[in-house]
Write a protein that binds this ligand. Structure first.
Ligand SMILES: [Zn+2]
Length: 420
């Protein structure tokens, strides 16, 4: 049994789902949710901030934000030594001192760093908001297949996605963050029934009707999370999320061009945010299993799907359910076993058949392209209707255009067009 978070229930109180409902906590009240579910515009007059002013290089050096330097370096996948070499006239030790905040770069040094890092000089000016906590490391999976460099680069993109969202919010209202959390201490982990209940409560909280969820990514965006899908360059990084208190970001890999897998990934990351939002160490077997269990329960609620699942190995029925629920055959089989519909024996047979037919790699009944995040792109389009062009916005925000374009790229999930 899991214990409630200390301070919430007295630290060691047993959490019994039969007695106590999983407590869901909203980051903000949702009274404004209805009206802000769709982006609406704000007047440009509200947007005055430090970046709007024409800053000269000396001003920017005075406003230098060390976390921006590190972010830019990691976006480029450079070590401190490599950056020092690229920039010239600066040592790796100095770069390290700048990033730690022990010393600040002189204007000329900062200009060289900006050129070497291919970011506008204003990128280094401190944003008018508290910086992201440095310990927000992201909830990574498949760490073994990812090099630290790739991981840091992916993380830097996610930090940039948050910056982009916060900058956009100065002009257009994004959906209010409405992310319920299950308070969970460092103690024993949640049981399966707790996780099933949490998934049910999140669906209720977000007013998701019974049955399949038409678009998981859209559901996350409607509730204020930022979702990005990576381009090929960092495809080795699997899906992961970073629990920023203002705008949690979920990153989905580009390498899984499969709708069912991508939906499951998105639901899995949501599971981390909901179940493990207060924990710093994520990625072990237990938390991974919990996020998987959450995803399965969120996508396939027991009350809806239990009576539809076959007790025997029945591929036509499973394929029909795959098309209906937009989940993989593998996920359906696991769900059938978890819910006790399919015996261990039948499940083992099914898994053997799945392997023998090569269906663990490529399943029959493909569901098409993965879901596409739209929030950031739509916000940018809306921004342009307020009279602020894309390039003017980037200039004011001091964001590097190439990286923002990378973040917004949709090519990986769009079907190729037939040329006539
Ligand atoms: Zn995970």
């Amino acid at each position: 049994m899991g214990t409630l978070h200390p301070g919430v229930s007295g630290g060691t109180a047993r959490f019994d789902p039969a007695v106590t409902k999983v407590r869901l906590r909203c980051e903000r009240t949702d009274q404004d949710r209805e009206s802000s579910a769709h982006e609406r515009t704000r007047t440009g007059a509200e947007t005055a901030d430090v970046n709007n002013a024409q800053l000269d290089p000396g001003d920017i050096a005075a406003l230098f934000d060390r976390s921006r330097l590190r972010m830019a370096r990691e976006l480029r996948g450079l070590t401190q030594v490599q950056l020092a070499r690229e920039a010239g006239s600066v040592t790796a030790a100095s770069v390290s001192q700048f990033e730690k905040g022990h010393t600040r770069p002189a204007t000329a040094t900062l200009q060289r760093l900006a050129v070497a890092l291919r970011v506008p000089l204003s990128f280094f000016a401190a944003p008018a908001r508290p910086p992201a906590q440095e310990e927000l490391a992201g909830f990574f999976r498949s760490l073994r297949s990812t090099s630290p460099r790739d991981r840091q680069q992916a993380l830097a993109y996610v930090h940039l996605a948050r910056e982009l969202a916060l900058e956009l919010e100065k002009y257009v209202a994004l959906p209010t963050l409405d992310l319920p959390r299950v308070p969970l201490g460092e103690g024993p982990s949640l049981q399966a029934t707790d996780i099933e209940q949490a998934a049910t409560q999140v669906r209720r909280h977000w007013n998701i009707p019974d049955g399949p969820i038409p678009d998981v990514v859209r559901m996350l965006e409607m509730n204020g999370m930022i979702v990005v899908r990576f381009k090929v360059s960092i495809e080795k990084v699997d899906a992961f999320c970073v629990n920023f208190p203002d705008r949690p970001v979920i990153a989905l890999g580009a390498d899984k061009g499969l709708r069912d897998r991508s939906r499951f990934d998105a639901a899995h990351e949501l599971g981390h945010l909901i179940l493990h939002g207060n924990q710093s160490q994520i990625g072990d077997k237990v938390t991974e299993g919990q996020a998987h269990a959450f995803a399965a329960a969120f996508l396939m609620p027991a009350s809806d799907i239990k009576h539809e699942l076959p007790t025997q190995l029945d591929w036509p029925t499973l394929l029909r359910l795959k098309a209906k629920w937009h989940v993989s055959l593998a996920a359906l089989l696991v769900r059938a076993k978890t819910l006790g519909v399919m015996s261990e024996h039948v499940y083992a047979q099914a898994w053997k058949a799945l392997s023998a037919r090569g269906w663990r790699k490529i399943e029959p009944g493909p569901l098409g392209n993965p879901e596409v995040p739209v929030l950031l792109q739509r916000a940018l389009k809306l921004l342009e209707t307020t009279g602020v062009s894309y390039s003017e916005f980037l200039r004011r925000a001091g964001l590097p255009e190439a990286d923002v374009t990378t973040l917004l790229d949709r090519d990986v999930s769009e079907r190729p067009r037939v040329q006539l």
